[in-house]
Design a protein around this ligand. Structure first.
Ligand SMILES: CC(C)(COP(=O)(O)OP(=O)(O)OC[C@H]1O[C@@H](n2cnc3c(N)ncnc32)[C@H](O)[C@@H]1O)[C@@H](O)C(=O)NCCC(=O)NCCS
Ligand SMILES: Nc1ncnc2c1ncn2[C@@H]1O[C@H](COP(=O)(O)OP(=O)(O)OP(=O)(O)O)[C@@H](O)[C@H]1O
Length: 198
């Protein structure tokens, strides 16, 4: 029977990097941020609804979503964030369930990792066999977001709008701190993976 394990962590704590390493070890990766992107691709009815709700300012000249603009809006306006989540989150959850069933049917021995930033907020743990937390201090989150080009205000607002790190730790089955080098994280993940597949 295939296993479903969540990978979560605060924004920029290293979920995607961890998923890249775990994919090399054989994990099947499903990523909430990728699903969210697909759901607002040009031509998708969701994008039309978003443009109708927020106005044309939310689109680039070529009709694609201006993600930086929408990011600024949702992290400074809780109602805007809730509206967007109500539109996308049920569809993201459906994709996780459908894709996991398809992978499990094809490969009953698969370990399927759900990479979900809002795993605790959206109560995904009850759908999963365990939760791996990629943990890091807020100072590092801010540093890594700055490297990604985010301004300090939006970075702080995004962190403040996510669940408190302690709440994530309470839900986690395993906690891996990611405060050292990527090579250290890779080594810790290899140990974790080996313990899971003795
Ligand atoms: C606002 C958007 C367009 C900004 O896009 P951008 O390319 O800048 O960021 P990206 O999608 O790569 O997300 C980066 C990180 O932001 C954080 N984040 C994204 N959405 C949210 C949210 N609704 N609440 C809190 N944090 C969020 C997550 O940690 C995520 O990993 C985008 O994040 C989005 O569509 N968000 C709504 C969908 C959602 O809730 N996604 C989270 C998956 S459950
Ligand atoms: N141990 C580390 N040392 C140095 N840089 C790191 C480390 N871990 C992650 N990073 C870098 O920090 C940034 C954020 O990492 P990553 O994108 O994996 O985080 P994330 O949790 O997936 O973020 P998000 O919530 O925004 O999707 C990336 O540029 C990544 O390369």
């Amino acid at each position: 029977m295939s296993r479903r394990i969540g990978v979560t962590g605060g924004i920029a704590c290293g979920k995607s990097l961890a998923a890249d390493f775990l994919q090399l070890l054989g994990a099947k990766i499903l990523d909430a941020d990728l699903f969210a992107r697909e759901l607002v691709a040009p031509g998708h009815p969701n994008l039309e609804r978003i443009a109708k709700h927020f106005g044309a300012r939310i689109l680039h000249a070529d009709g694609s979503l201006d993600r930086a603009q929408l990011r600024q809006i949702i992290f400074s306006d809780i109602q805007a964030k809730q509206w967007l989540e109500e539109l996308l989150h049920p569809k993201i959850r459906e994709r996780f369930l459908a894709e996991s069933t398809a992978i499990g049917n094809q490969d009953p021995a698969a370990t399927i990792l759900w990479v979900v930033p809002l795993l605790v907020e959206n109560r995904y743990a009850e759908l999963l066999d365990g939760v791996l937390l990629i943990d890091c201090p807020v100072s590092l989150q801010i540093e890594r977001l700055a490297q990604r080009g985010w301004d300090l205000k939006t970075a702080q607002a995004a962190i403040a709008q996510q669940i408190h790190p302690e709440e994530r730790r309470l839900v986690a089955t395993w906690i891996l701190p990611n405060g050292k080098s990527p090579a250290d994280l890779q080594l810790d993940l290899q140990r974790w993976w080996q313990a899971l597949h003795p």
